[in-house]
Design a protein around this ligand. Structure first.
Ligand SMILES: [Zn+2]
Length: 180
């Protein structure tokens, strides 16, 4: 069986620093990409994944923060997502990322977001999240579409430490989905 973790783009990689193009039309290729991303996300126990993490530089995100087991999948597909509101008290949480195997970093983000996006049927949807994993995940994944990763929220000194830890974790054989 092919290892789906091999599909994940791992930092450092220029594709993780690139602004992604909006999706003009939801074609069969876009649907196939969404399926592939969801398969990779579930295989690596992630709660979210963005298209550049599988090397496709388009504005597509898959999120499933409710994922408990294979019988309880409830993925959200966000096409061209846009953060309309990001406010509330800043909360700090240890975040992991499929593109940064073996490490977590503490990132501070607004606790409340409202996001607008199309679903795979082209319907305009609105998502609101407050004080939960979904609020963090939405911001983390949408960041990816604009070439921003979790370590970009750190100070330069912290970022250097995180990149050193990442190099060590990769050398020790850490795979996407492993956070420590
Ligand atoms: Zn990520």
């Amino acid at each position: 069986m092919a290892d789906l973790a091999d599909d994940i783009v791992v930092a450092p990689d220029v594709r993780l620093k690139t602004e992604c193009a909006p999706i003009e039309e939801i074609t069969p290729e876009i649907r196939a990409l969404a399926e592939r991303m969801a398969a990779d996300m579930y295989a690596t126990d992630g709660c979210g994944i963005a298209a550049p993490q599988v090397g496709e530089l388009v504005q597509l995100v898959v999120i499933d923060c409710d994922y408990i087991d294979d019988n309880n999948r409830n993925p959200y597909y966000l096409v061209n997502p846009e953060i309309l509101v990001a406010d509330g008290e800043e909360h700090e949480l240890a975040e992991g990322c499929l593109s940064f195997p073996g490490i977590t970093v503490r990132v501070s983000r607004p606790s409340h977001v409202v996001v607008q996006a199309r679903n795979l049927d082209g319907d305009l949807m609105r998502y609101e999240a407050r004080d939960n994993l979904m609020a963090v995940c939405l911001q983390h994944e949408i960041d990816h579409l604009h070439g921003v990763t979790m370590i970009d929220h750190l100070s330069p000194a912290q970022r250097m430490i995180a990149m050193r830890e990442l190099a060590q974790a990769k050398a020790a054989g850490a795979r996407p989905g492993e956070t420590d």
